[in-house]
Design a binder for this molecule. Structure first.
Ligand SMILES: Nc1nc2c(ncn2[C@@H]2O[C@H](COP(=O)(O)OP(=O)(O)O)[C@@H](O)[C@H]2O)c(=O)[nH]1
Ligand SMILES: [Mg+2]
Length: 223
């Protein structure tokens, strides 16, 4: 590991230990909080593990509601990282899951429209983590999401989830397949993070990525 990477891992550990508070759930764009700090969003198919990852990296079990029932998170949920600081670090946003077929077409269309408007219009959005179930790899609606993000020039990064459920050797395969589909995507971050919210794999790397986006000096962090 490089020095720089070690430093970011440590900064990420510090940053995500500053506390996180749920602030609001948003169903319409006019209700978005002021873009007064940078924003990092978690996107992905329903049930991929978005809420679990937010809970895991912040170390707060019941923060983002996790559920066995797909499609329960229908709002954009805003969590404030480091809320005690005079200038907050970042918004973490749990986005509504896509690709949940049991809802009506009109409801799905309305969510997609909200999501797209948000992704295109949010000036402080620095990174979208696109979560992908490591057992399934990239699906059609993941590719559509990535197309939208490339079009909107919003930086995004693939996070593989639930790697504890993979058979031995399967991780390398899904990593290389995913890597090759990123090659010609202008807004994709080249590094893929492999995670297990259950076992803890990759969480330090997600935290380090968040730390790399935040103004740590302003927050009073001393490396
Ligand atoms: N084995 C395993 N299960 C997970 C992991 N992350 C999430 N899950 C499970 O996957 C289901 C959906 O997770 P959730 O976070 O609610 O997904 P969301 O719909 O994307 O927010 C829940 O039953 C979680 O317990 C993981 O890292 N490993
Ligand atoms: Mg959820």
């Amino acid at each position: 590991m490089t020095d720089q990477k070690d430093k970011l891992i440590e900064a990420g550990r510090w940053l995500l230990a500053q506390g996180t508070e749920f602030r609001l759930g948003v169903v319409a764009l006019d209700a978005l909080p002021a873009p007064d700090r940078i924003e990092i969003a978690f996107a992905g198919r329903s049930n991929v593990g978005k809420s679990s990852l937010i809970n895991a990296i912040t170390g707060t079990k019941g923060l983002a509601r996790t559920s066995n029932t797909p499609g329960r998170t229908q709002e954009l949920n805003f969590f404030m990282l480091a809320p005690q600081r005079a200038t907050g670090a970042a918004w973490l946003v749990d986005l509504p899951g896509y690709g949940y077929a049991r809802e009506s077409k009109s409801k799905i269309a309305a969510w997609n429209a909200l999501l797209n408007d948000y992704l295109r219009g949010r000036p402080n959005l620095r990174r979208v983590f696109v979560l992908v179930d490591s057992r399934h790899g990239l699906k059609k609606n993941d590719l559509a999401m990535m197309d939208d993000l490339d079009m909107a020039a919003v930086s995004y990064q693939i996070v593989l989830t639930k790697i504890d459920k993979l058979k031995k050797g399967a991780l390398d395969k899904v990593l290389s397949e995913t890597q090759s589909s990123l090659a010609k995507r202008p807004a994709a971050h080249p590094e893929i993070i492999a995670t297990s919210s259950d076992k803890g794999d990759g969480l330090a790397d997600v935290r380090a990525q968040i730390a790399s986006l935040v103004d740590l000096v302003e927050l009073g962090y001393k490396a």
